[in-house]
Ligand binder design. Sequence first.
Ligand SMILES: C[S@@+](CC[C@H](N)C(=O)[O-])C[C@H]1O[C@@H](n2cnc3c(N)ncnc32)[C@H](O)[C@@H]1O
Length: 351
Amino acid sequence: MGMDIDLNHDIQKIFGKSNYEYEYQTDDVFKLIESMDFTIKYLSNELLVAFFKQGMDFGIYGVINKYKPKINEINSLLGYPNSDFLTNYVKTAISLGILYQNDDDTLELNMDKEIVIKHPEYDKFMEDYSINYDYMSKLSKYALIGYNHPKILLSFIDDADIWDIILNTSYLKSCRNIAAKYLNLDNGDYILDVGCGSRSPEFYVSKIYPRGKYTGIDISRDLLKIAEIRTKRWNIGGVVLKNMDFRDAIIKNKYDYVLCTYTLNYVDPPKVFLKKMMDALCPGGKLFIAEEFFTDLAQGINVELFEFYNRLNKFFRKYYSKQEIINMLELMGYDFKQESLGNGILVIEKI
Ligand SMILES: C[S@@+](CC[C@H](N)C(=O)[O-])C[C@H]1O[C@@H](n2cnc3c(N)ncnc32)[C@H](O)[C@@H]1O
């Protein structure tokens, strides 16, 4: 995707204004958290519908119904170039109970599986976040050809303009608002933002302006270029944007807050990330981690489905459980207090 970034275009004019748009500005942090969790739960079901339909369209269920093949035989019946994608599809369908795998490894349809779709609670549903997953599910047909197909435009490095749109959805804006309100961000605070992307820097700079310091680190040069243009409008000295892999970063300063939002699932293992983030905090400082969900808190969410679609982004690794993160911090010997906000936000206070 070309990187002629036209910052004069208004994303909302392209995609229309979300019904939810005004809501994320509410002062009620707990309403926002509830809405974010609701949105992911609802999307999980919406994705299941899309996933099921794709299996029919790709002919996968048809051949299973006719031949009862083993997983490794399916592709010889269908002949798609990317057999890994097909295997991932079938394994996901088994884990979702759409298919059975018999003891002799043959596959069979679960004819009793029912998928129900109902209206969301519209006052909680940030429908513009569906863009993200609608887009991914549309791209998955190219993955039938190859995970590296040039039309799978999801790379942070090459497709920054697309990510800039995704990062502007109500869901992600809500998270920034929760961070600002819950942490009480104020003029003069020092913030380190790990995997900052193109939208967060301006938002957080506006909160700590003019005495605070904001350091954003991101692996994508083009996302940072957009962030740089936006933060320049604030014209203050305390903004540093660094283009690098955070694993290689040497953090000399100490910060009141370290933010890592929707970034940890692109890192495996996350130990180096966690260590550098904890070391960058002042005593009493807080690490704010946000993910769509932590797997141990994700009741009613089809984790495999989110992983299946996110795998189209070659940066994606996995979703973590809250317990995995806590265990890693304990093993590394940090003293901390922790608090969960809903299913996907974890705040760690360094003691
Ligand atoms: C989904 S975006 C989230 C952006 C931002 N935190 C937000 O909430 O709007 C994930 C970001 O992490 C960055 N990223 C992924 N792996 C990284 C790494 N190893 N080091 C630094 N940045 C990374 C990507 O380039 C991308 O900007």
